[in-house]
Design a protein around this ligand. Structure first.
Ligand SMILES: Cc1ncc(COP(=O)(O)O)c(C=O)c1O
Length: 410
């Protein structure tokens, strides 16, 4: 995607004062590279793309076209997968809250539902009793110690007897079985050690509960880092692993443990790793001011549109015809449209900016559009770039006042 001030102005005139840019081919490249790294070691690997990280339908459709699963954690996301044509059997339904009707429907339709609590197990047992002729299969989300201080709240403790109870109960029922085990942990460092440990522990749990024959799948969840520029990488005070390194610590253990015909499908559920670097946010500088010693530039965006947990890579495209910038080498705070004092998209930007310049923030693809609240401004449009035709098309239109208030009684 080769950007220029002129191109950004054309896009602004067409789509509005600020917008996201989506590079779908970059997403597909990430997908193929990530999967390729795992498959080069353990062929029977598949991706379940985490919809919640960024559920732009075009991204989700690409996942389906590339042969991946839809990894969803709500009925809303499940409905989206069905709407874009994903067959139920290609949907993995995770998450702590699944209403009984949604859970039952998904299981009967043939989706993989990973149960998160004994209450969900109970719903499945009642369903099995109601439908004795129906074979019911589910996955179980497992929770074990991976050496972090925080005790994760998700899944079933593999050490307190809950799994023994479930396997026993399903045996009694006769028409219920566990087709696979799942786990997912989010850790700050997303380190190779933690992945090595989770792969080891889920394989050990599998060995305990499937002594004769491995299950259909073992799902090790998501939480991996993706590609990032050197500037961003430098802001972490720990090592950022590559796709290949994640594959080596996980897939190698699968290759060593499972040989011949008895190779369970290894499922990985990346979100951030595939989507973070495939979107940019474009905001325009619309006002400059200096208050005592502080220089400020107002940008048509906010921390709610870019979600900066680190200082995101920023490129400013200068409006060459406008020379009215703050005459100072003092850094400028690029601030957003909300009334929150801390709404600063880039503190102390070191280069002068002018009204009419475009600020382009990179790496905004993960947990951004899905997290944007309707606080003060509706959501910006999403413009999708096709690198084969060089054409920009709308992936989501600008949200309107009417959209925001449509569900209220007025
Ligand atoms: C079950 C599950 N799978 C996958 C993911 C994706 O995580 P990430 O976007 O960090 O890769 C999450 C995120 O919380 C999750 O809860």
């Amino acid at each position: 995607m080769k950007l220029s001030w002129q191109l950004l102005q054309d896009l602004e005139q067409k789509h509005g004062g600020c917008f996201y840019l989506l590079d779908l081919s970059k997403f597909k490249d990430n997908y193929c590279q990530f999967l390729g790294s795992f498959r080069s070691i353990y062929q029977n690997t598949n991706i379940g793309y985490s919809y919640k990280t960024n559920y732009i339908p075009r991204i989700c459709q690409s996942v389906y076209e590339l042969g991946g699963y839809a990894e969803v954690v709500s009925q809303m996301e499940y409905d989206l997968a069905i709407k874009i044509g994903v067959p139920p059997a290609r949907i993995i339904f995770n998450g702590p809250l699944k209403y009984p009707r949604d859970l039952e429907r998904a299981v009967i339709a043939g989706s993989t539902v990973n149960l998160d609590s004994l209450q969900e197990v109970q719903i499945i047992c009642e369903l099995a009793q109601k439908l004795p002729a129906q074979q019911i299969s589910v996955g179980l989300r497992c929770n074990f110690d991976i050496g972090t201080d925080l005790i994760s709240r998700f899944g079933l403790d593999v050490e307190n007897g809950d799994l023994d109870y479930i396997f026993e109960k399903f045996k009694e029922l006769g028409n219920c079985h566990v087709k696979g085990l799942h786990c997912h942990f989010t850790t700050a460092q997303r380190s190779l050690e933690s992945y090595a440990l989770r792969a080891k522990k889920i394989i050990e749990t599998t060995d305990k509960y499937f002594p004769d024959r491995p299950p259909e799948f073992i799902d090790v969840g998501g939480g991996y880092f993706g590609h990032m520029d050197e500037d961003l990488r430098q802001q972490f005070d720990f090592y950022i692993p590559t796709y290949q390194e994640y594959a080596e610590v996980i897939a190698t253990q699968f290759k060593q443990r499972f040989t011949g015909d008895l190779q369970p499908e290894l499922i990985i559920e990346p979100g951030v790793a595939l989507v973070a670097n495939v979107m940019k946010f474009v905001g325009k500088v619309v006002a400059l001011k200096t208050i005592r010693s502080r220089h400020l530039a107002l940008v048509t965006g906010s921390i709610h549109t870019v979600k900066p947990s680190k200082q995101l890579p920023l490129t400013v495209y200068k409006n060459e015809s406008n020379h009215a910038h703050i005459e100072s080498n003092t850094p400028i705070d690029l601030v957003g449209y909300t009334c929150m004092e801390h709404d600063c998209l880039y503190p102390a930007y070191p280069v002068p900016v002018s009204v009419g310049d475009y600020t382009v923030f990179d790496n905004v693809g993960a947990y951004s559009v899905v997290f944007k609240p309707p606080f003060i401004w509706p959501s910006p449009p999403i413009v999708s770039y096709d690198s084969t035709t060089n054409i920009y098309t709308l992936a989501r239109r600008q949200e309107t006042t009417q959209d925001v208030f449509a569900t209220y009684e007025i």
